[in-house]
Design a protein around this ligand. Structure first.
Ligand code: FES
Length: 79
C-alpha cells in the first residue's frame, strides 16, 4: 500500500547521487520510487541528481508540477 501523503517528506541525499522520485503515486516508499509502478502503471520515476549532501523535502503526493519538489498545489497541506 502506498504511503502517499499530502505533505512533502524529508529525504537525506548525497551530492552526486542519482535518486528516483515516484511520480505514479503507488510507491510504498514515497517520495522515492520502489518500482511498484512496474507492470501497474505507464508512469515511470523522475530521476534527479543531488547537487549537495543535505535533506530535501520532496513532493509525496505525486501531483507536483515541479518534480521532485512540492509546488504548494491545492492538495498540499505544507510547503
Ligand atoms: S513506484 Fe511510482 S514511479 Fe516507481
Amino acid at each position: 500500500m502506498t504511503n502517499k501523503t499530502n505533505s512533502p517528506l524529508p529525504v537525506e541525499v548525497k551530492a552526486g547521487r542519482i535518486y528516483s522520485w515516484c511520480q505514479c503515486g503507488l510507491s510504498e516508499d514515497m517520495p522515492l520510487c520502489d518500482n511498484t509502478h512496474s507492470g501497474r502503471s505507464n508512469i515511470k520515476s523522475f530521476k534527479f541528481m543531488a547537487e549537495e549532501t543535505t535533506t530535501l523535502y520532496l513532493c509525496a503526493c505525486a501531483a507536483t508540477q515541479t518534480p521532485p519538489y512540492c509546488d504548494g498545489g491545492q492538495q498540499c497541506k505544507t510547503v
